[in-house]
Ligand binder design. Structure first.
Ligand SMILES: Cc1cc2nc3c(=O)[nH]c(=O)nc-3n(C[C@H](O)[C@H](O)[C@H](O)COP(=O)(O)OP(=O)(O)OC[C@H]3O[C@@H](n4cnc5c(N)ncnc54)[C@H](O)[C@@H]3O)c2cc1C
Length: 499
């Protein structure tokens, strides 16, 4: 049989397997939650990274762990790959479907199963929205600390998969510091609990391997989360500066003084202009840069830290300081920051949200270099980011109507990441690798590093069915750039070979 004929046979086998999968699943789950109509499937063709799109073959709206198990077992029986999706707000294409695959959507699994104020923990289903948990535990004086800017829409399952961060993760740590245990449906349909209620568990810490694995090691069906006690006092200020360098140096000075603010965010002029226009938060769009600083904790500690922050901002050359006098003013200051990505739409019709990390000490130098790179490409970059963590979010602006502009913006966005790595940083702070940065992994990790990751992944998912093609470079994704070699299905079946 010729290669073309062989490919056609594989394709028709696939179509048959898919039809059988859909029929079997509809006999196990209410058929209205197994979507196969192309018009309905189209709504799930991308996550927050809208430049990548693929229409899944089937979408399953699961409501329980057992429904995830049924779906995965059937997918295994028919050799079909599957992808988990929470709220679909991911910015690196982690929940991008596979055209001939299954999308397992957990957004209907929204029950908070248990709140234990004495042990400061809660048990939730993966589709629970981040901010809904804090709202639910507020009567106990508690909250869930990790606060991505998308917290009013993103799911806790997605947060676990991405190890999401947020403005207050500087002091309180990323999602991984708040996950005690995870129940996961493994890629073969078995269910296991990694970690538990205790803060330490015996054996290998596989919970830590799962957090941040971007849906490649299994589908999270239940999460045991640490809750935090609401701080006694909070003080928030915005400080304006005449240069980005002065603001960046003040960030380093605050941390070097031993103060760990709850949050330490930075804006440049373009970001201030956009955020102010979108929210009237009271930012000064004529400043070259601004810091949004929040300190929290016991009253005495907060007063002492706040005084140090004010003093260091003045020494750093702040031209104005505005303090929030009440909760209304504080939430206004934060509304501007939380709306930043959406506000960038006021600056340009197209923009790429980049996410990289640099050591704090080189923050100012890297921002200068980003501006220089942008000038070289003839593009503008707005910066609004978690400065305390050195987690940059350059918003690369472009005009989709100008031929070549998008491609230039993508090149610039990649060069910014390479700059981060050159300065000893990382290609992602919190948005993950997904499909977007899989090839950039090669600039940060050696082949041996990547081989170790692949081997671990292979232990969980030997058949490569769980979110394949994400988070790791493959020859298919990265052209012929060297990377860890993974044979395609046609290669595995001996239809084609690599030479
Ligand atoms: C405006 C905006 C602001 C943002 N701000 C931040 C921010 O401040 N900090 C930050 O970290 N991120 C931020 N993000 C990115 C995004 O919100 C986070 O990555 C979030 O955790 C994704 O959650 P989700 O439910 O939307 O996941 P999805 O986008 O649905 O999925 C994300 C990844 O998780 C996997 N996944 C989802 N559910 C499960 C599950 N149950 N089991 C296993 N894998 C699963 C998917 O396969 C995919 O790989 C922002 C996004 C937007 C649009």
């Amino acid at each position: 049989m010729g290669a073309v004929q062989e490919q056609q046979t594989i394709r028709s086998d696939r179509v048959r397997s898919l039809a059988r999968f859909q029929a079997d699943l509809k006999s196990l789950l209410p058929p209205e939650r197994v979507l196969t109509d192309p018009a309905e499937l189209g709504a799930y063709s991308c996550d927050g990274l809208v430049s990548y799109r693929a229409r899944p073959a089937t979408v399953v709206l699961v409501e329980s762990r057992d429904e995830i198990v049924h779906t995965i077992r059937l997918a295994n029986r028919y050799g079909l790959a599957f992808v988990a999706r929470g709220s679909g707000t991911g910015l690196s294409g982690g929940a991008l479907p596979l055209e001939d695959g299954i999308l397992i959507v957990t957004s209907k699994m929204r029950r908070i199963l248990e709140v234990d104020p004495e042990n400061l923990c809660a048990v939730v289903e993966p589709g629970v929205i981040n901010s809904d948990l804090s709202r639910a535990v507020e009567p106990f004086g508690l909250y869930y600390a990790p606060d991505p800017s998308s917290q009013i829409v993103c799911s806790l399952g997605g947060n676990v998969a991405e190890n999401s961060g947020g403005a207050h993760c500087l002091k309180y740590g990323f999602t991984t510091n708040h996950v005690l245990g995870v129940e996961v449906v493994l890629p073969n349909g078995e269910v296991t609990l990694l970690g538990g209620y205790a803060s330490e568990s015996e054996g290998l810490d596989l919970r830590a391997a799962l957090v941040g694995s971007e849906g490649t090691l299994g589908i999270v069906s239940k999460i045991i989360l640490r809750l935090s006690v609401r701080p006694e006092a909070v003080r928030t200020l915005v400080a304006d500066f005449d240069s980005v360098r002065a603001a960046g140096d003040t960030v380093s000075a605050i941390i070097a003084a031993g103060v760990v603010p709850a949050a330490l965010e930075m804006f440049d002029t373009l970001a201030l202009v956009a955020c102010e226009a979108a929210t009237n938060a009271g930012y000064d769009p004529t400043a070259a840069a601004a810091l949004l600083v929040e300190v929290d904790g016991a009253i005495e500690e907060v007063e002492a830290s706040y005084a140090i922050v004010v003093e260091l901002c003045r020494q750093g050359g702040a031209r104005a300081l505005r303090q929030a006098h009440d909760e209304h003013e504080r939430s206004l200051m934060w509304r501007g920051r939380k709306a930043a990505f959406a506000a960038a739409g006021r600056l340009a019709n197209g923009y790429i949200v980049q996410d990289g990390v640099v050591p704090r000490r080189v923050l100012s130098a890297v921002l200068d270099e980003v501006a220089e790179l942008a000038g070289r490409h003839g593009l503008r970059v707005a910066n609004v980011f978690h400065a305390g963590d050195g987690n940059l979010h350059p918003l690369v602006l472009f005009d989709p109507a100008t031929p070549g502009d998008h491609a230039r913006a993508e090149r610039l966005a990649t060069e910014i990441l390479e700059l981060c790595v050159e300065h000893g940083g990382s290609i992602t702070g919190e948005h993950g690798v997904g499909v977007e940065k899989a090839c950039v992994m090669l600039s940060m990790f050696t082949e041996s590093d990547l081989a170790v990751m692949h081997r671990l992944r292979g232990v969980f998912d030997p058949n490569d069915l769980c979110n394949p093609g994400k988070a790791y470079p493959t020859p298919r994704l990265c052209g012929e750039r060297p990377g860890v070699y993974r044979p395609t299905e046609l290669e595995r079946k001996g239809v084609i070979e690599r030479w």
